[in-house]
Design a protein around this ligand. Structure first.
Ligand code: PMP
Length: 390
């Protein structure tokens, strides 16, 4: 008997419940509006390349230039010999753009969340986390060994009562996505700020889907809602709207000094390739100088939401470029995704555990590269597809 035989059973169980996922292979470049999968050209509504930067010439040329002058690999963790001039320049520019004292680059947004939370709280502490926070936040909470209190989604009354009833801990940390990755809704940041102040808690937010898209300067939802001041720790990613790869944290110099000493995903992991930092620098320049991209993508998404709501589809409280169509049942969701694909649209079906049971949904990501026509065509296709579901 093979010790791994149990895997056949659990995979068969996932198959039976329509929860098994299969790896896809994209052909050609990643573009936020178009994708070729299995030989089929599809309008791509499944990409986080919100500003259409991932395959643009500026990023390509920046990365090629850095590879030509510096090669590819970083060779070691940043504390040893892996941190190069382009990493340092990107950290300086991120800090300046984010209006923060300092920034620290991680190899991914996932690593940034996990390493940061586990460096800020430990056994004698408590962390308060929105129930729909991203998996990397959940994993950071678990790894930290702190007491974990999960509050109902965006429910600050629940959070307040949990904060009030948690006695005798050394430190408290409140942590939330600012733009929820599946529902496309925004966190109640002013209320989180006020609660953090009242309870002397640290406040950490994850702007992964909002960086580059929200706020006048593109810094995210904190900027958009005027809530930057009370936030102690801001996480972002370079891998979504910025079209590159890697994660970052911005905050005070002391915070960054501590994380660079104690965040294990930073200390014990090889620095991202410098070419990736070069691509992110090029992306940052575009985000700073082309604010119309974020205005236009949010306008396209608002048009889509309006059309879907007018047709009676359930898009929940989405207020961003992420527009879910909530169908509830995994089977109906995957059927709808397959039918949309047949009609030429990639719209991923999202099932548990990425969303809670009973909340399976189609997740539409609108990007700056989409045309109004593509948005209208998708709205029509969605309405017909869902109307015809058994
Ligand atoms: N936070 C959120 C809210 C995310 O959605 C993601 C990626 N799906 C991450 C963090 C992780 O970022 P990265 O992809 O750069 O690891």
């Amino acid at each position: 008997m093979d010790a791994l035989n149990w895997l056949d059973d659990v995979l068969a169980d996932l198959d039976r419940r329509l929860l098994r996922r299969h790896l896809a292979v994209r052909e050609g470049a990643q573009r936020g509006d178009e994708i070729v999968l299995g030989g089929q050209r599809l309008v791509n509504f499944g990409s986080n390349d919100y500003l259409g930067l991932a395959a643009c010439d500026e990023l390509r040329e920046a990365a090629v230039g850095a590879v030509t002058s510096r090669g590819w690999g970083s060779g070691a963790s940043p504390l040893v010999s892996g941190r190069g001039e382009l990493h340092a320049q990107l950290e300086r520019e991120l800090a300046q753009w984010e209006n923060a004292e300092a920034a620290l680059l991680f190899s991914s947004g996932y690593a940034a969340n996990v390493g940061t939370i586990a460096a800020l709280v430990a056994k004698d502490d408590a962390v308060f986390s929105d129930e729909l926070n991203h998996a990397s936040i959940i994993d950071g909470c678990r790894l930290s060994d702190a007491q974990v209190h999960v509050y109902r989604h965006r429910d600050t009354t629940h959070l307040k009562s949990l904060l009030g009833s948690t006695a005798r801990v050394r430190r408290k940390l409140i942590v939330s996505d600012t733009l929820f990755s599946m529902g496309g809704d925004l966190a109640p940041l002013e209320a989180l700020n006020a609660l953090a102040r009242e309870h002397e808690a640290m406040l950490m937010v994850d702007e992964a889907h909002a960086t580059g898209v929200f706020g006048r300067q593109g810094r995210g939802v904190c900027e958009h809602l005027g809530a930057e001041d009370g936030v102690h720790v801001r996480v972002g990613t370079l891998s979504k709207a910025l079209g590159a790869s890697g994660g970052f944290v911005v905050g005070s110099q002391t915070l960054i000094d501590w994380l660079s000493n104690r965040a294990r995903t930073y200390v014990y992991s090889t620095a991202m390739p410098e070419a990736s930092a070069a691509a992110a620098l090029a992306a940052l320049a575009i985000v700073r100088t082309q604010p119309q991209r974020r205005r236009e993508v949010l306008k396209l998404a608002a048009d889509l939401r309006e059309q879907l709501r007018a047709s009676g589809l359930e898009v929940g409280p989405s207020d961003s470029q992420i527009v879910p169509v909530i169908l509830g049942d995994p089977e109906r969701t995957m059927r709808a995704a397959a039918e949309l694909r047949r009609r030429g649209f990639l719209v991923p079906g999202i099932r548990p555990p990425s969303v809670p049971a009973g909340q399976a949904l189609l997740r539409i990501s609108v990007t700056w590269l989409h045309t109004s026509e593509q948005i209208d065509d998708l709205a029509r296709a969605l309405v017909e597809t869902i109307r015809n579901l058994p």
